[in-house]
Design a protein around this ligand. Structure first.
Ligand code: ATP
Ligand code: LTN
Length: 332
């Protein structure tokens, strides 16, 4: 059997360069090596309050972004999570093998929950279990994600191992794929925080749908470190972050990049970084806007049909192993 990858992003706010460099870029590369499924996780989006109309629009927009970055619907399966009911069904079964204490330890819940205080939903607490269901449903081998998802992947593995032990062999235990470079792109405003979709400061992230002016302005305002030297150095996180973005977009080596900027200043680095970013974003944005509604509907329809077919046997097995799925009917 070909090895399989599964990944997804939430159709909330706007995708930024961190999402692309940490995750989507790798999906595009890995799709030719693995059988691939890429999901728009709209059920996850509801773990925080959503305007239903906006969510529906964002769901389509994110699917367009998947296509425009280079996910090939002839090669990979692209679909919307809520079109495959098995995700929510398996999540319930996994809920019953997950311990409260495990979810209590999830740092993403702690951070996002803190922001919402007493309005935190049960869904937000349960978010990692739905994510585990997404992954385990497809007998996934590898999950390409950014560094922030590592803890969720560890939980997914723990749940798969526990379920297999308690109910019999059902799920493949997946591995995370976290890139060596780009797994944690930092905020342009505060290099101690990751670039985040939910950051209130609009200058902290370069959005994939930003126009050229916004890109130039945001890089110009990006914070820098003290000193003037332009080189990769963990003690100088702001410049290292800018250089990492430059490295990933130009595919040059750190040595080439340091040599290139050896006698130049921060202003020059920022201007060149804006140029290479705009060179990447301009054709990408043209592709986003070039996908017709009909084309998108056809891709999402066939994607969800295929995902439903792939998910069925695993959900059936999980249910049967738990004494569900008709296994209570006499004579079966
Ligand atoms: P937020 O930034 O608000 O936390 P998110 O991480 O929930 O948003 P998603 O759209 O669900 O955003 O993430 C899609 C992918 O992008 C995930 O694989 C995630 O690990 C990755 N990612 C998110 N932020 C970064 C970042 N700053 N650097 C690298 N990868 C990132
Ligand atoms: N939690 C992920 C999004 C996500 C996901 C998944 C990623 C939901 N289900 C399954 C990989 C595999 C995030 O990036 N915030």
């Amino acid at each position: 059997m070909p090895k399989r990858i599964f990944s997804g992003a939430q159709p909330t706010n706007q995708l930024h360069l961190g999402n692309y460099l940490g995750a989507l870029r790798n999906w595009v590369e890995l799709q030719h090596e693995y059988e691939s499924l890429f999901c728009v996780v709209n059920l996850h989006a509801h773990t925080i309050q959503q305007d239903p109309k906006v969510l529906a629009e964002k769901t389509r927009e994110l699917a367009r972004i998947y296509l425009a970055v280079g996910i090939d619907p002839q090669v990979s399966t692209i679909f919307v999570q809520s079109d495959v009911p098995a995700h929510a069904e398996l999540a319930w079964l996994l809920n019953c093998v997950t311990r409260m204490s495990e979810l209590d330890r999830m740092t993403q819940f702690k951070e996002k929950g803190r922001k919402q205080r007493e309005n935190t939903s049960v869904g937000l607490f349960d978010y990692p279990v739905l994510m585990a269901a997404d992954i385990l449903l497809y007998q996934t081998d590898l999950v390409p994600v950014g560094e922030d998802q590592k803890q969720h992947l560890e939980l997914t593995r723990d749940l798969a191992i526990r379920f297999n032990r308690d109910f019999g062999e059902t799920f493949r235990v997946p591995d995370p794929f976290i890139p060596k470079v780009g797994a944690r792109i930092m905020s342009l405003h505060d290099p101690t925080k990751k670039m985040s979709k939910s950051d209130e400061n609009p200058n902290s992230s370069i959005l994939l749908l930003d126009d050229a002016d916004a890109v130039r302005r945001k890089f110009k305002r990006a914070v820098t470190d003290s000193g003037t030297e332009i080189r990769f150095d963990p003690a100088r996180p702001a410049i290292t972050n800018l250089l990492t973005i430059y490295q990933l977009l130009t595919k040059q080596t750190p040595e080439e990049i340091e040599a290139h900027f050896a006698d130049k200043g921060y202003g020059h680095l920022k201007a060149e970084l804006a140029d290479v970013t705009i060179d990447f974003l301009t054709p990408f944005q043209a592709r986003v806007h070039g996908i017709s509604d009909e084309e998108l509907d056809a891709i999402l329809n066939s994607g969800s049909e295929r995902a439903r077919a792939l998910a069925r046997p695993t959900l059936d097995a999980a249910q049967a192993h738990m004494g569900l799925h008709g296994s209570h009917i006499a004579g079966r």
